[in-house]
Design a protein around this ligand. Structure first.
Ligand SMILES: *Cc1c(COP(=O)(O)O)cnc(C)c1O
Length: 427
């Protein structure tokens, strides 16, 4: 008999492209049907058939405290009583902006939007408005949302102007997008040497987490900082995943490198649709209505979303031990996974930073997009299906992160390691 998830997926496919509202939710590449989720609590998801899974996706990051955290839920319930949206300024927006500006280095002003995509798109516009330049540098394998100019991975060499990755993106929209190689400062230097006065911004995921997790090598982020300073370009840290995850001050604080602009998403909304971009006052004050860089949003700074985000951020701010414990747990879990690979003499790779990690089914170190792509995705698919069968829910792609949350217990992680050892022994 067909499961409820399967039945729902059939219905969904008739009325929603691919049956899902975001491609990352599809299970096609791992040969499975997506589970339709009914509810979530702590570290667990429950699907439409009532099956409970230990979740390592955490809504792709926002659920750093675990699902359905009482502080967040209660804040939302209370917020709803005040009405859902006003299209006018509120005290909640001031509070969350004050909290972030007072706690995170280099964030002197911040503008709320509705998604990470919007945050990045707007930060790029602000950087271009500020510098009066058009070109931007991004890294192959880094994801910055689905806006036109950023849908470029540019396979063919770092010196070529971007070629769109998606149908429907006019070549004109990506002609100013230059691609460099992650962890390769030389590739960025070359672009600056060729276009010393045309590059408005370098945008980077300070820990790449959309080609699987790829940490920045020693000196890489610092090198980007000096290049941007030397050439008068804006350094944008896309902290949609790392922001409020590596620590309250995100990657800037974790690695001790200053960005000019920072983009947020995911954790900042605690599960509600929120993004934000913030940074130097001299850049942010160019944004409308105080300046000529236009950017707007009917639902931006939505009162319910702000109160949800604020509840989570406040908790994280007031309890720094959450980060200490979470990062320690991450180090332990991913290092144990490495040990398991060694015991089985398998040449696979584990990359991790804090509570983010990936197991790559490839022999060599994974330091950039090219090395990540050498992974055996068929083997990943069988790992994924094995784990799903044991009610462990990993992201359905080799090129996504494993997200740990404060809700995962050592005992649960120990069980996953045990299952991992079993799987690895069989291959
Ligand atoms: C998820 C993500 C985005 C896009 O955010 P959305 O809210 O999905 O639009 C941008 N940058 C990074 C690094 C992300 O992980």
């Amino acid at each position: 008999m067909m499961s409820r998830s399967e039945a729902l997926f059939q219905r969904a496919c008739r009325v929603i492209p691919g049956g899902v509202n975001s491609p990352v939710r599809a299970f096609g590449s791992v040969g499975e049907t997506p589970r339709f989720i009914r509810s979530a609590n702590g570290a667990y998801l429950t699907d439409a058939d009532g099956v409970e899974y230990l979740d390592f996706v955490g809504s792709w990051g926002p659920m750093i405290l675990g699902h359905n955290h009482p502080a967040v839920r209660e804040a939302v319930q209370k917020a709803c009583e005040g009405g859902l949206s006003y299209g006018a300024a509120t005290e909640y927006e001031v509070q969350i902006a004050e909290l972030i500006c007072s706690e995170v280095p280099n964030i002197e002003m911040i503008r709320m939007v509705n998604s990470g995509t919007e945050a990045v798109m707007s930060a790029i516009r602000a950087a271009r408005g500020y510098t009066g330049r058009d070109k931007i540098v991004k890294f192959m394998g880094c994801y910055h949302g689905h806006s036109d100019a950023l849908l470029v991975q540019a396979g063919s060499g770092v010196m070529t102007a971007g070629v769109p990755d998606s149908a429907g993106v006019p070549a004109g929209c990506t002609k100013d997008t230059l691609s460099a190689v992650y962890n390769d400062l030389g590739s960025v230097e070359k672009l600056f040497a060729e276009f010393p006065e045309e590059i408005a911004a370098v945008i980077v995921e300070p820990v790449a987490a959309n080609m699987g997790v790829v940490p920045p090598e020693e000196g890489f982020l610092q090198g980007l900082r000096s290049l941007c300073t030397r050439y008068g370009a804006v350094l944008i840290f896309d902290e949609v995943i790392t922001g409020f995850r590596l620590g309250f001050t995100g990657a800037q604080g974790y690695f001790g490198v200053d960005a000019d602009l920072v983009t947020y998403g995911k954790i900042i909304g605690a599960g509600m649709p929120v993004g934000a971009y913030g940074g130097k006052r001299e850049i942010l004050s160019l944004v409308a209505p105080s300046g000529p860089v236009y950017q707007a949003g009917t639902l931006s700074g939505n009162p319910v979303a702000m109160q949800a985000g604020m509840a989570q951020l406040k908790l994280l701010r007031e309890h720094p031990e959450i980060y200490t414990e979470l990062n320690r747990k991450g180090d332990w879990f991913f290092e144990e996974l490495k040990k398991a690979l060694k015991e089985c003499s398998l040449p696979y790779q584990v990359n991790h930073v804090g509570s983010l990690g990936s197991l790559f089914f490839t022999g060599g170190p994974v330091t950039d997009y090219a090395s990540a792509k050498t992974s055996d995705t068929a083997l990943f698919a069988s790992w994924f299906r094995y784990m799903l069968g044991k009610q462990i829910y990993f992201a359905p792609s080799q090129f996504e992160a494993i997200f740990l949350s404060a809700a995962h217990t050592r005992e649960e992680l120990e069980q996953v390691l045990e299952l991992g050892r079993e799987f690895l022994k069989r291959i």
